[in-house]
Design a protein around this ligand. Structure first.
Ligand code: SF4
Ligand code: ZN
Length: 401
């Protein structure tokens, strides 16, 4: 017997996973969009006049996010400018295809698109990285590099914020993973709707309370053009277990996802627990709680043929290398004279007296000097973007292990 929509008189065609309500198509669209709008406005995610980069992978989450944000921006006059920002990890047969979807979305939604690639930023594609390290730990490299790549793309675009398509299921999985790992620092921030307000670009998750199943339903009934193939290098076993665990929980307690998020939000950490202190990477200027950021350590390992260097939490080799790199950077900063050596380091700031090609007060890098190693400085985006020049070649003397 046909079931009537619980919001109108039409025939229901679905049962909402989040509430169990029977709804018709239009009432489902309306409930979905209004909930995202409520999340955005109650958390004050956007300010009129801002430019927002939508992290776009071509997958269901980011495709629905771009579509819904464009719609809500027009409907409620958020008065923000939306730009699609994609990262090309260099995964043949996966990312090249999904980027084609993003390019179609660009046309369909009439939004500007910027693509940044690992190859251009780091000198390595994921295909090349997997050739070196195999199919274990590849997601560690990919995740660390992607995070920075998205920030770098956003800096190039000079946007105010990044929004990502992380949904309620993703966040609940992350809470469980951090509990199981005992990673208190991440546990504390993983349920925040906005992160990165302490220096880096703010990142927001408008789908924080949106169930993955509903995103799939929305994309399906709206006939959105998205890419659904899994990454060919996707072992990510740990997240897979967390996901399976939550799915099992949901069978006996349908509100499990939202309950886990609320539990994560309500956790308070004792004052005595030591938290990492956020500083800056001495090599690339990116925020880091270590002297050298994880991306730089991973990259150094790849460039030296020691790809396991940055793997693991407290890897002995990583600590050794990080200390050594930091020492070397500090020494070369204090002793270098521009143009005199094979690989000169020019210090950011006014101390070296060299005029920066970008005319910024905060940087004085003479990028015209041959073999110059550019040290980017926070606040000088042009120089930060030049990091790619530095990253294509290992520059520090070999280290004995
Ligand atoms: Fe990168 Fe791993 Fe995701 Fe593939 S599954 S895109 S390798 S993080
Ligand atoms: Zn770094």
């Amino acid at each position: 017997m046909p079931v009537t929509c619980s919001s109108c008189v039409r025939q229901a065609i679905l049962k909402r996973p989040k509430t169990g309500d029977a709804l018709c198509k239009d009432c489902f669209f309306s409930a979905f969009e209004e909930e995202v709008h409520h999340t955005i406005t109650s958390a004050g995610l956007f300010t009129p006049g801002e430019t927002i980069a939508v992290g776009a992978s071509g997958g269901k989450d980011s495709t629905v996010l771009a579509y819904v944000l464009k719609l809500l921006n027009q409907r409620y006059n958020y008065n923000v400018q939306l730009i699609l920002l994609s990262v090309d990890e260099g995964i043949t047969g996966y990312r090249d295809d999904s980027l084609e979807t993003v390019k179609r979305n660009q046309q369909q939604y009439d939004l500007p698109l910027k693509i940044v690639s690992y190859e251009e930023l780091y000198g390595w594609t994921m295909d090349a990285i997997v050739k070196q390290i195999g199919l274990k730990n590849n997601c560690t490299f990919c995740g660390v590099f992607r995070r920075q790549a998205l920030d770098r793309g956003a800096m190039i675009l000079k946007v105010d914020k990044i929004v990502t398509g992380h949904n309620a299921d993703d966040i609940a999985e992350t809470v469980i993973m951090n509990v199981l790992r005992g990673d208190i620092a991440r546990l504390r921030r993983c349920t925040a709707i906005t992160t990165g307000t302490d220096g880096a670009l703010p990142r927001c998750k408008p789908f924080k309370y949106t169930y993955e199943k509903e995103i799939v339903m929305y994309a399906y009934f709206k006939k959105l053009d998205y890419f659904s193939t899994e990454c060919i290098y996707s072992p990510n076993a740990y997240r897979g277990f967390a996901r399976a665990y939550i799915k099992d929980l949901e069978k006996i307690r349908p509100s499990a996802i939202i309950d886990i998020i609320h539990s994560g939000e309500s956790l308070s950490v004792k004052k005595e627990v030591r938290m990492p202190v956020q500083g800056q990477c001495s090599r690339c200027g990116y925020m880091s709680s270590n002297p050298v950021c994880k991306a730089c350590v991973l990259l150094e390992g790849l460039n030296r043929g020691l790809p396991r260097l940055g793997i693991g939490k407290e890897h002995k080799e990583r600590r050794k290398l990080a200390d050594k790199l930091a020492r070397e950077e500090a020494e070369s900063i204090s002793t270098s004279v521009p143009g005199s050596g094979e690989m000169d380091v020019v210090v950011a700031g006014k101390s070296c007296g060299v005029a920066c090609s970008c005319q910024s007060d905060t940087s004085c890098v003479d990028s015209t000097t041959a073999d110059l190693k550019v040290l980017p400085v926070a606040g000088c985006e042009d120089e930060l973007n030049k990091l790619q020049l530095d990253r294509r070649k290992p520059t520090v003397a070999d280290i004995d292990f």
